[in-house]
Design a protein around this ligand. Sequence first.
Ligand SMILES: [Zn+2]
Length: 171
Amino acid sequence: MKALIVVDMQNDFIDGSLAVPGAAEIIVPIQNYIGDLAERWGDEYPLIAFTACAHPADHCSFKEQGGPWPAHCVVGTKGRRLQPGLEAMSYGGCMLFEKGSDSDKEEYSALYEGSPLHDWLKGDAHTENPVTELEICGLARDYCVQATADAAVALGYKVTILEHLCRAVGR
Ligand SMILES: [Zn+2]
């Protein structure tokens, strides 16, 4: 069984405090990809997981705390929310998995051994037909998408990064 992971398509990464170059260009293509997924996979309710940075205001990755990034995706702000067009696409198969919720811990990947995302993919709902294959898209290609893909490979998933549905921080 397959699942799609849409990484960090949040307002702050699109046009907010940590905007990824070209991020707005992939919104509609991701919407279209999701729209076609049922037909593409031959599965009426394809499994889709959205991940989201959900940081406290004093998160260790912020410059103010000595980290590399401007403050972003702070819980309770508009920047933390998913891009509205994608947020509106949720339906039965979609789930949201937050990461980076502890002040002192950076989490580029929401997927790791024991994570709610891994448990969901392998969990009770799909025990008879667990997810073995992941497609991954979103932001940023060189950080959270890469980290998610690396974690997925380490956990034994077959992974495809949808390069045309990603944008990177670096050039
Ligand atoms: Zn973050």
